[in-house]
Write a protein that binds this ligand. Structure first.
Ligand code: MN
Ligand code: MN
Length: 285
């Protein structure tokens, strides 16, 4: 899958024609390109930066990677690396805005697209995970990183797990976090809704997150082992949700079955088989 991804990116970069000779030279070099930091453990849906595939459009940002679904107006998934280097003192920017990196011809979800809906602009990659610089924090407020979340899910259940992730980093770990949403229809403070913004933003039915916990170190994909802690949750997008995230723990296999993605695909298959079948029973805070 990765060779495929990079081959396709390279073809895109070479589309200008005049660069063809140079690109052919690149093709001849055998070295495997380094994986982007935020896709170290894989590209769950084989997303590519190809506007002809609007249901699975790859955006690689310095701060996170995501697969965007044009017709849902939300990401399929967002993936990011979280270690101590990403955490600093930059204040929350709150500059919600359209993502200018999406193809210009597409509808751009805006800061006001969720207004009055009874759903929060819920971050996938959280603001508080990107505080190294003002620019890093601001990047989390692009609307391509948002999904409509019931306020209680966003501000309590989901926020509690986000806080715990940063606690794990404070305890000497680094994390790979992949989250996303699927299905259609949730219950916010104004009741059940399937879409917002005149049908241009889908309210997901479920929001999921997978957290791979490694002691801080190098060669991360190769260090994931059968004993590695992997936390997976799958929550209903419902304002009646409980505040603790523990009861929503599930297996990565269950999320893969529900979404059709292959999570942690850069981890050796034998290790995936073990860690993806397990349901976490570790501490909650
Ligand atoms: Mn949030
Ligand atoms: Mn997998």
């Amino acid at each position: 899958m990765f060779m495929n991804l990079f081959t396709r990116l390279r073809v895109g970069a070479c589309a200008g024609g005049l660069l063809l000779a140079a690109c052919q030279k690149q093709e001849a070099t055998p070295a495997m390109p380094a994986l982007p930091e935020h896709l170290t453990l894989g590209n769950p849906s084989g997303a590519t930066a190809d506007a002809a595939e609007p249901a699975n459009y790859l955006l690689l940002k310095p701060q996170y990677a995501l697969s965007y679904h044009r017709d849902r107006g939300i990401p399929n998934w967002v993936s990011w690396h979280l270690d101590a280097d990403w955490l600093g003192t930059a204040p929350r920017q709150d500059d919600f805005r359209p993502d200018p990196e999406l193809p210009a011809a597409w509808y751009h979800v805006g800061a006001g697209s969720y207004s009055g809906s009874g759903f929060d602009r819920g971050h996938n990659c959280p603001s508080a995970d990107r505080t190294r610089t003002v620019a890093d924090n601001s990047a989390t407020f692009l609307m391509s990183n948002m999904m409509p979340q019931a306020p209680r899910l966003n501000q309590q259940t989901w926020a509690n797990l986000e806080d715990y992730c940063r606690t794990l980093v404070g305890q000497g770990n680094e994390l790979y976090i992949i989250c996303g949403s699927y299905g259609r229809g949730g219950t916010g403070t104004n009741g059940f809704m399937s879409t917002l913004d005149q049908g241009r933003v889908t309210v997901p039915a479920r929001c999921w997150k997978v957290v791979v916990v490694l002691p801080a170190g190098e060669e991360d994909a190769r260090r994931v082992a059968a004993t590695t802690r992997v936390i997976a949750i799958d929550t209903p997008n419902d304002n009646a949700l409980g505040t603790g995230w523990g009861p929503y723990r599930t297996s990565v296999d269950a999320i893969e079955a529900a979404t059709g993605y292959d999570l942690l695909s850069a981890v050796p298959a034998a290790v995936q088989q073990v860690v993806e079948a397990r349901v976490d029973t570790g501490p909650l805070n």
